[in-house]
Design a protein around this ligand. Structure first.
Ligand code: ATR
Length: 270
């Protein structure tokens, strides 16, 4: 952005984003706009930390009195679960943390907003209400799990989890069933056509040579098709879905829609 940099003084509150690698992160710029819009004297700074240094850094940040919290991204989300002093139900269900508030006494409280960001984007950017609808999620890793739990929380009528490694799909279905005993669930990868919403939660589509995450020939124009991948902006799945006439949702809105939620969790805005 061309916005002037925030003037840092002794009163400025400090926030961070922890990642490895770090150079590609967009959150400092995006969060600077949120802080400016809310008139908050704060900055969010990139912290490059390797997995083996994460515990040391987090324990050091507990001692930093003007530090308000941080966002954790790849590869730190699962490890952060065990490094927090308290976590929300979302984080416990998903088994990962992507946003941490540092309380006045130094306690670190973690939450997981990826899935909620995805559903907020569905509702506000794509104009699709998942309640009562049938949803298909490809993948059973971190991203897919966060999206699946948020869809279950938002009241879908059926959820299919399709994954290369069936054991992981079945394990995720088991955890979803525990949290939502009445929900209709399956692991049938071939049932794409039978859903209102189709989501790619795998990493397939990031690289040119990747296999398709699901059978594109089973898509039809009435479906909403979403991808959690942000780079490239248009994955092969989204291109195929658009050509068929589906409504599509790119990966970026999932991040954009959780920025304000992150600022709130960290106590930066009301
Ligand atoms: P993320 O945190 O980005 O979700 P992850 O937890 O490693 O990353 O999950 C990656 C997902 O992409 C998994 O569902 C993985 O399938 P497996 O559980 O079978 O590993 C899926 N995935 C990655 N590469 C794949 C490939 N070549 N073919 C099929 N699925 C693949």
């Amino acid at each position: 952005t061309d916005a002037p940099a925030h003037r840092i003084t002794g009163k400025t509150r400090i926030y961070g984003i922890l990642a490895d690698p770090i150079h590609h992160v967009k959150t400092p710029e995006v969060m600077a706009e949120v802080f400016a819009r809310h008139g908050v004297d704060a900055v969010l700074i990139p912290f490059h930390v390797k997995p083996e240094g994460l515990a040391t850094l987090v324990s050091g940040l507990k001692a930093m009195e003007n530090f308000g919290g941080f966002i954790a991204t790849v590869p730190h989300k699962p490890a952060m679960l065990g490094l927090c002093d308290g976590v929300t139900e979302e984080a416990r269900n998903i088994g990962a943390v992507n946003c941490v508030r540092r309380e006045a006494d130094g306690r670190m409280v973690g939450t997981m907003l990826d899935g909620i960001g995805f559903v907020v984007a569905l509702r506000t950017v794509t104009g699709f209400e998942p309640a009562g609808k049938r949803a298909y999620v490809a993948g059973a890793g971190g991203a897919a799990c966060a999206i699946a739990f948020a869809l279950a929380d938002s009241g879908v009528s059926h959820l299919t989890i399709a994954n290369r490694t069936i054991d992981k799909a079945e394990a995720l279905v088991g955890r979803l069933r525990q949290a939502h005993p009445g929900l209709s669930l399956s692991t049938d990868a071939a049932s794409v056509a039978d859903h209102d919403l189709v989501v790619n939660g795998t990493s397939l589509g990031m690289k040119e040579a990747d296999a398709p995450p699901l059978d594109f020939s089973r898509l039809s124009a009435g479906q909403v098709v979403a991808d959690a991948i942000m780079d490239p902006v248009m994955t092969p799945l989204l291109k195929a879905a658009e050509a068929i006439g589906c409504r599509i949702q790119r990966g970026l809105p999932m991040l954009q829609c959780q920025i304000e939620l992150m600022a709130k969790h960290m106590g930066a805005i009301a």
